[in-house]
Design a protein around this ligand. Structure first.
Ligand code: NAD
Length: 239
């Protein structure tokens, strides 16, 4: 078991997720040491709470790290993936909207480094996906519907998480239907309904705070240490 702090590079550090990652990592110095934080533009100040900050154009000069955690935008994804391959470091990425070419690059990188790319880093959703797969395989012929609710600013529908849950059901041979609601400031709710004749099961996950995604990404970062190269799911790294 690893006892020294994991050296992290936080990529997308000025964003909502980046800020949560910096705050939560700083609260556990015995487990995490942030050695660098990267933002799109030249940062000011250069050092915040002892963490050196770098612009995206300075990525080649960041200090040695064990794992890069990337929550940026698709245009920031290729450079951080290339850096991890070059440094033989692990990558945890939650950046959404990456292209199929970027997905292919991710698959190629997984032959040389351990990595996780996921649409949802909540550990609760990882467990929900397992439950959905189990229920779908035990209940052939039942109707499966996924209802997801998010805040009004979310553009994509169904959510990436709903599609991931749908894939879990489809892997057991089921056909899945989706419904999406956009209302208020809902962080994220997913209900997977299994309907048979005269009975119904509902599996529900509610995220009430964005920190769950940052906490899950930090957890996964530590679990990737000393793993062989590969493309892992959050589900593979729960304990
Ligand atoms: P945000 O807009 O608040 O922050 C984006 C960050 O990326 C900023 O720090 C910005 O400086 C940085 N950035 C942009 N372009 C860059 C580049 N070319 N190089 C380096 N850095 C660059 O966004 P957010 O809410 O923090 O979300 C970030 C990403 O994470 C989005 O893709 C979002 O959809 C995704 N997200 C994923 C999960 C999950 O669990 N998988 C959860 C929340 C958000």
């Amino acid at each position: 078991m690893n006892t020294s702090p994991t050296r992290l590079l936080i990529h997308g550090a000025s964003g909502r997720m980046g800020q949560a990652l910096l705050r939560l990592a700083a609260a556990e110095p015995e487990r995490y040491q942030v050695v660098g934080a990267v933002t799109r533009r030249t940062p000011s100040p250069r050092v915040v709470d002892g963490v050196p900050h770098f612009a995206a154009s300075e990525l080649a000069g960041v200090p040695a790290f064990d794992v890069a955690i990337d929550f940026s935008l698709p245009e920031g994804f290729d450079p951080v993936l290339a850096l991890c391959v070059e440094r033989k470091a692990a990558l945890v990425s939650g950046t959404t909207g990456i292209s199929s070419a970027q997905q292919s690059a991710l698959a190629a990188a997984a032959t040389t480094i351990p990595l996780v790319w996921a649409t949802n880093f909540s550990l609760g959703v990882a467990v929900l996906a397992e439950l959905v797969e189990r229920a779908a395989s035990a209940l052939p012929g039942w109707d499966i519907d996924i209802v997801e609710s998010h805040h009004v600013h979310k553009k994509d529908a169904p959510s990436g998480t709903a599609l991931t849950l749908g894939q879990a059901a489809a892997s057991a041979g089921a056909q899945v239907h989706y419904a999406s609601l956009r209302a208020g400031d809902i962080v994220g709710e997913h209900t997977v309904q299994f309907a048979g004749l005269g009975e119904r099961i509902e599996l529900v996950h509610r995220a009430t705070h964005r920190d769950v995604f940052a906490r899950g990404a930090l957890h996964v970062a530590r679990k990737l240490l000393d793993r062989p190269a590969g493309d892992y799911r959050v589900r593979d790294l729960l304990d």
